[in-house]
Design a protein around this ligand. Structure first.
Ligand SMILES: [Zn+2]
Length: 397
């Protein structure tokens, strides 16, 4: 018996079709699977029907089948085989496992070999080409994507795409909808290559995420990195996301205001929240070059100061010493701030950011200092982790 459509397909591919006595709802491939008795869907099984059909083995989905199902099936005397489907190669391995189970190892082995060859052909075909940045929209209302270690991200990578959304998923179901965000922008001015504005921010954000992944942290809240575009034209990417997901921001609408980008028009009243508004704890924006982090500015959100004093205590030996009440933002933090989401900013060594590289032909890689970027990534990773693990979301103004 198969408890999910993906497992049904794998059983058929493994040559075990004539041993399958029951499948889950939506098992519609291959065509022959439609004719089999169904035992509920992947998330709600009909145990009376299962008992009546008397399968000896239940194939369950390691990351998808709800907790408790395996135990309940075992309680009915059914042997449970759990198949992981997190990585592309898990599918070939799973087919081989099912073939061994059904005594159809030869058919399964051939199917797995064919599958691996097709993957290798795709890798060969797209491997040498320039990568394409991709946003994967699963649904529009609410806007919903996938990121990080997900099969779809791996498939995209295989075909030369890079998922611009990445996140480290929450390990705590009660807080899984809550987000801690780190952002930087991918667009840059044409004169240089954009190394400091904002390649540095992208590097720091991605390295912070890499550090957290390498430590295999299991954050209570989901940690998401967003690499925006259109920042230089008026925080267009971040504003569009904030407007769609978090809040509508009413703004002055004079003739003079209409001449400037929307994000810079003065808010004329409190933000009008959308459902996502309650679930973003903080947005840490990185768009001030590649200098070492010396502290954090709370932008008059003084309630954050004692908390951040505690967070930087273990970072003193890295030169992080300042928690400042000051702030101000002219980047992708601005729409978040206007929406009432805490958007603290890091205080970085200025280096030659405003005097030389910003928006100039000198914005090139030789103006970045690797050790400074590493220090900044460690500090950002620490803030993301602390924000994700706290009992409460960050207090708001
Ligand atoms: Zn910038």
């Amino acid at each position: 018996m198969s408890v999910a459509p993906n497992l049904t397909e794998m059983l058929f591919a493994a040559g075990a079709a004539d041993q399958v006595v029951a499948v889950s709802a939506f098992s519609d491939y291959p065509e022959a699977a439609r004719a089999l008795p169904q035992i509920g869907d992947a998330f709600r099984l009909d145990y009376e029907r299962i008992v009546a059909l008397a399968p000896t083995v239940a194939v369950i989905w390691k990351t998808g089948t709800p907790a408790g199902v395996a135990e309940r099936l075992q309680g009915l005397g059914i042997r449970v085989v759990s198949i992981p489907t997190e990585k592309l190669d898990d599918i070939a391995t799973g087919v081989e496992t099912l073939g061994a189970l059904a005594g159809t190892g030869e058919v399964a082995g051939a199917a797995a070999r064919d599958y691996r060859q097709r993957i290798a052909a795709l890798r060969e075909r797209y491997g040498g080409r320039p990568q394409i940045r991709v946003f994967v929209q699963i649904d529009g209302a609410p806007l919903f994507t996938i990121g990080g270690p997900h099969l779809i991200t791996e498939i995209l990578g295989l075909c030369g795409g890079v998922n611009v959304f990445a996140e480290i998923p929450s390990a705590d179901p009660t807080r899984a909808r809550e987000l801690v965000m780190v952002g930087a922008h991918l667009d840059s001015w044409h004169a240089g290559t954009g190394a400091t504005d904002d390649g540095a921010g992208v590097l720091i954000a991605m390295e912070a995420m890499r550090i957290l992944r390498a430590l295999d942290v299991r954050p209570r809240r989901t940690i998401r990195v967003a690499l925006w575009t259109g920042e230089e034209q008026g925080a267009l990417g971040s504003l569009a996301w904030v407007t769609r997901e978090l809040a509508t921001i009413p703004r002055l609408d004079s003739a003079a205001h209409r001449l400037i980008p929307e994000a810079m028009r003065t808010p004329s009243g409190p933000p009008i929240p959308k459902p996502g508004h309650a679930s973003v704890s903080a947005m840490y924006d990185l768009d001030q070059g590649g200098g070492r982090i010396r502290g954090v500015r709370v932008n008059r959100d003084t309630v954050l100061m004692p908390l951040f004093e505690r967070w930087i205590a273990p970072l003193k030996d890295l030169g992080v010493a300042i928690v400042s009440p000051r702030g101000g933002c002219a980047s992708d933090c601005l729409p978040f701030e206007q929406a009432g989401i805490p958007a603290p900013r890091f205080l970085q060594d200025p280096l030659d950011y405003t005097t030389r590289t910003l928006h100039s032909s000198s914005d090139t890689l030789d103006h970045l200092i690797p050790d400074d970027l590493k220090q900044a990534a460690v500090v950002v990773a620490t803030f993301l982790y602390n924000t994700a693990q706290r009992d409460e979301m960050l207090p708001r103004k």
